[in-house]
Design a protein around this ligand. Sequence first.
Ligand code: FAD
Length: 465
Amino acid sequence: MNSYDIAIIGSGPGGYVCAIRAAQLGFKTALIEKYNSLGGTCLNVGCIPSKALLDSSEHYHNALENFKAHGIEIDSPRVNMPQMIERKRKVVAQTVDGIRFLMKKNKIDVYHGVGSFVDPHTIKITGEKEENLTAKHIVIATGSKPSSLPFVKIDKERIITSTEALELQEVPKHLIVIGGGVIGVELGSVYKRLGAKVSVVEYLDRIIPAFDSALSKELYKVLKKQGMDFYLSHKVTAVERKGDEVTVTATAPDGKEVQLTGDYCLISIGRRPYTEGLNLEAAGLSTDERGRIPVNDHLQTAVPHIYAIGDVVRGAMLAHKAEEEGVFVAEYIAGQKPHIDYNLIPNVVYTWPEVASVGRSEEELKAAGIPYRSGSFPMRALGRARASGDIDGLVKILAHAETDEILGFHVIGARAADLVAEGVVAMEFRASAEDLARISHAHPTFAEAIKEAALDATGKRALHM
Ligand code: FAD
């Protein structure tokens, strides 16, 4: 039986990054993945394929709607859905190959098969053959799966999750999206731009509720302008398929019943931790009421040599959060003193305009009774935004009213996903809004909105507003 210093179950961004860091630190490392493909949700059915389709659909949208204004005339562009999906598959395949290369380079033993505990140090791998391995330390990085509503039967054909939505061979005529969170608005956006009618039904009174309300309001306005329909504060009570039609029934805020009929219904109400098949009991472990594996501040489970990271534990379900935790665990086992500031994990929505945020929202600061000052700046006032035609959006900076330390950094606009990095760096170094206001920002860039918002937060002295 092979024995290892560290064995990791699950090859998503948590697991494979943990494996690389462990190998770098000199540990004999094994990575166990039940599918043939490495990379987990993120690479196979999450971050990467969704961004590939977002980019393709944006090209199409621009060709259809925006080229003319730039003086580019082309005959009416058409969507070739099988080709778009094929390109996405290639992007995924290349990325997955990259992970396999990294495993080889770092001399990590990869096992394909379902990993389950035999005892706290032994894992059985059930794949084409069955074999056991032992490890001094074990890391559970088994990720998450899409959640559903108890009364909905996901048939994976017409009533689908994000996984199937990334493989459609046709543009829906009417896509009904249940859930206006990140995944719902991103995939809704893809198909809206490709020509589908898209209706988003959301239980809460706003979309992307995890973000500062200024961003959700602005995104709502822009997506509505792009033609998306929203049914906010609507409670879905039934989802029924008849032939190729799906009917969604929901209760409106006034108590009236609303019925929507489409050809596809995407269920995107969140994800749940995935621990099926692990046989946690054999290791002396169990899950909490939300299906997560409880961990302490060092990401140790109730059995100290077994760790858990990523979507399967508490915290944001994000690839880069899982990666940070993967590195953390490897370094902790090596006797180092790693640290993660969970308040500074950025959160991004890849619609166009993009939405990105780090730190606290205004609602959170209010609820916590923390005194703050707010500054904001609209993208439309920037030369760069005018030049490219990306005028929607704003930057909003929240700073402590007395110390001026930046507490929240919120962007909606072109390249927001990249712009948020400036906020993360500033907040990691505990910068003040005044610091950002005094830093030279290249002209013309979208990042100038950050400087201007910081100027607005520190005495209402934005220069171009
Ligand atoms: P996962 O990536 O879920 O990997 C877990 C792995 O464990 C899987 O490969 C699974 O097969 C394997 N496994 C499970 N059980 C076993 C077992 N018993 N034995 C062996 N293997 C097992 N996050 C972002 O940060 N940015 C984004 O843009 C983004 N976009 C997304 C878009 C979509 C459509 C979706 C669905 C998710 C998106 N996410 C995004 C979230 C991101 O994918 C997850 O947060 C991330 O993949 C979590 O990483 P993980 O390592 O915890 O688990």
